[in-house]
Ligand binder design. Structure first.
Ligand code: UDP
Length: 364
């Protein structure tokens, strides 16, 4: 008999939900994290009376009612609706691509006018089956929107040419012909009042958690029947087949001595010449009434060992390498790989929870 049923490596969303549900079923869990705090990249921390999203903006959105009800057990959510704006040179546009965007770009008013302009641009391009993100974007919105609002941002964010990126990334972004600036099409959306960290405190309440511990530094002797690993799958196997690629993000945080810096939580800079991708002004997520404000400039960077991975790069090359790692993983029935890094998937928070709950069910 081992001391624990599950050793859960990583106190992020997948790990915390898994641990919570398994503990409720009477299983003995130990959660470890190499960081000094729980919550993974959802972690929030108060500065100047404002909850700061330390690892980038997290806006909860889902169409899955059960996931919405699940997360609402652990916090009360406000009515925040994400409506980012994009700045391209000296022009400002609403996102996602909608009638406000088109009206400003072409000085038109009706959906018919917008559709006619987009159609005439698409027809000239002659793309049948989009092979990459560039073709997909052009076929969706034509070249004006692509050049001003997609190309520069995407190439900064991914450090790769749009013509070398998979088409599915851009499908995350809605396109609509109504005057609606809601970035997401999902039924439910909001920010937990008081931040995300409380959700993890409640999820992990009563469960043994050890911080500042690296899985690789633990003694070889196995202490649990099974391990749930939410770090990078290639790292688990000591990169023996080579490294998967990730994108990382660097934040430059600033406390500005003014009440309101940019008037919106999210402002994207879509011009290739601006080095950062976006500026987050945290107080607008929770409508905080404070004299100062905290902003984070977000710089995208290629991942290398020793820095934090954020986004998997799900292109063809990495997908092939992933398959090889998954074959290795299938030889380890004692290990479950979960979350954005463990599964190398561009999961949103709701999908990470769904996947953790499904994994719990499959285990039971
Ligand atoms: N995107 C873009 N212009 C923008 C915002 C996003 O072209 O102003 C594209 C870009 O390729 C990005 C993708 O849409 O990688 C998904 O953006 P999202 O905001 O969903 O990414 P996240 O918030 O996860 O970083």
């Amino acid at each position: 008999m081992k001391e624990y049923d599950y050793l859960i490596v990583g106190a992020g969303l997948f790990g915390a939900v898994f641990a919570h549900e398994m503990s409720a079923k009477g299983k003995k869990c130990l959660v470890i994290d190499k960081r000094s705090h729980i919550g993974g990249n959802c972690y929030t921390e108060k500065t100047e009376g404002i909850n700061i999203h330390k690892y980038g903006a997290h806006i909860f959105h889902t169409s899955d009612r059960r996931i919405w009800e699940y997360i609402n057990q652990f916090a009360e959510f406000n009515n925040y609706i994400n409506s980012p704006v994009a700045i391209y040179k000296d022009e400002l546009y609403n996102l996602p691509f909608n009638m406000n965007t088109f009206s400003k770009m072409w000085n038109i008013k009706t959906p018919e006018e917008a559709k006619a302009i987009i159609k005439s641009q698409i027809d000239k391009l002659n793309i049948s089956e989009p092979q990459n993100l560039e073709e997909q974007a052009l076929k969706l919105v034509g070249n004006d929107v692509y050049e001003k609002l997609i190309k520069g941002y995407t190439e900064k964010q991914w450090g790769r040419k749009c013509s070398e990126l998979p088409a599915f990334i851009i499908k995350r972004l809605p396109l609509r012909f109504t005057y609606d600036n809601n970035y997401f099409n999902d039924r439910y959306q909001g920010i937990p009042i008081g931040g995300y960290t409380q959700i993890f405190e409640k999820l992990l309440n009563g469960i043994e958690v050890k911080l500042n511990i690296n899985y690789k530094d633990m003694s070889e002797e196995k202490i649990a029947e099974k391990t749930v690993f939410t770090g990078c799958i290639d790292e688990f196997f000591d990169y023996r087949l080579g490294e998967l690629e990730y994108r990382s993000v660097r934040f430059e945080n600033e406390i500005a001595d003014k009440e309101n810096y940019q008037g919106n939580a999210v402002v994207n800079y879509t011009d290739a010449d601006i080095p950062y991708t976006r500026i987050i002004e945290h107080k607008h997520f929770e409508f905080a009434d404070t004299a100062k404000t905290v902003i984070s400039r977000e710089y995208s960077a290629e991942w290398k060992r020793g820095i934090e991975p954020y986004y998997p790069v799900n292109d063809e090359k990495n997908s092939k390498l992933l398959e090889k790692y998954q074959a290795l993983a299938s030889e380890r029935p004692d290990v479950i790989f979960g979350g954005r890094l463990g599964q190398y998937k561009y999961y949103d928070m709701d999908k990470a929870i769904r996947s953790a709950l499904d994994t719990v069910e499959a285990e039971s």
